[in-house]
Design a protein around this ligand. Structure first.
Ligand code: ADP
Ligand code: MG
Length: 258
């Protein structure tokens, strides 16, 4: 579904992504791991149109999407989750979901939420959709809670929920498990698997927790110093000499969790 070809992203003279090439297959849950500073988030940001690449190509289903802005990628079904923005924190969980289709399409928050025309006409449908998403994620009891009051893990679920308000094809998740307790991490993992199996979402996720990666992801891609070091099943990757060395020989599992 996604093909990245010889991608380079420099900041000043420093190549955060240095000639990275990889493929994300349709229907996969692909893991992206690597030591801190390997260039994982930068790679995501280039694919998702947040940063323009210095050189190289990104294709989606064969079509060149290099450097397209996030809202155009959004229309193609390519989504990257973002933390709930500050201005959304005083709104309810349900309202946060309902504004996604308009807000992500490049409209301002003001137009998206307070504009009287379109949203009002679509409100009933949006409401139904939001409630369906909340039920799917098993957080329907939080629908009227202010988004700012959610725990770290609940916020991650809401971020995932935002991708379900539209017809996503591929979703990029950057450290969805960071600071999330075991129980909620399990819920997030279950939601990812169900979205993959039942709704055909393709996922690419960056995560440090190797248990989480091993449970969900096949294949796993390892990045180090801006390029792709290895790709394979989680168990293969954890035996791979070059990968172990990239994590400085301190044990993949421990280092990865640090
Ligand atoms: P990872 O997500 O794998 O930890 P990042 O992609 O965040 O790595 O960062 C890769 C390297 O690029 C790091 O050395 C980081 O300091 C650098 N970097 C990332 N973003 C910027 C930026 N906007 N300006 C300058 N350097 C950056
Ligand atoms: Mg990162």
């Amino acid at each position: 579904m996604i093909e990245v070809e010889n991608l380079v992203k420099s900041f000043g003279g420093f190549r955060a992504v240095d000639d990275a090439s990889l493929r994300i297959e349709t229907g996969s849950i692909t893991g992206l791991i690597g030591p801190n500073g390997a260039g994982k988030s930068t790679l995501f940001n280039v694919i998702a149109g947040v940063h323009a690449p210095t050189s190289g190509r990104v294709r989606m289903d064969g079509e060149d999407i290099t450097g397209l802005p996030p809202h155009e990628l959004f229309h193609k079904g390519l989504l990257r989750t973002f933390q709930i923005a500050h201005e959304f924190s005083s709104m309810s969980v349900r309202e946060n979901l309902m504004m996604v289709p308009a807000a992500q399409a490049g409209e301002t928050l003001w137009n998206a939420w307070f504009g009287r025309g379109r949203i009002a006409r679509e409100e009933a449908a949006l409401l139904r959709k939001a409630d369906e998403v909340l039920e799917f994620l098993t957080i329907d009891h939080l629908r009227d809670e202010r988004a700012g009051n959610l725990s770290g893990g609940q916020k991650k679920l809401l971020e995932l929920g935002r991708t379900m308000m539209v017809d996503a094809k591929i979703v990029f998740l950057d450290e969805v498990g960071a600071g999330v307790n075991r129980t909620l991490l399990g819920t997030i993992g279950d939601a990812i698997v169900r979205l993959n199996r039942e709704r055909g979402y393709t996922f690419c996720l960056i995560e440090h927790d190797m248990d989480f990666i091993a449970r969900l992801c096949d294949p796993v891609i390892v990045m180090a110093e801006g390029h792709v070091l290895a790709k394979g099943r989680a168990d293969e990757i954890m035996q791979n000499e070059a990968v172990i060395e990239a994590y400085l020989g301190t044990g993949l599992e421990n280092k990865a969790k640090a």
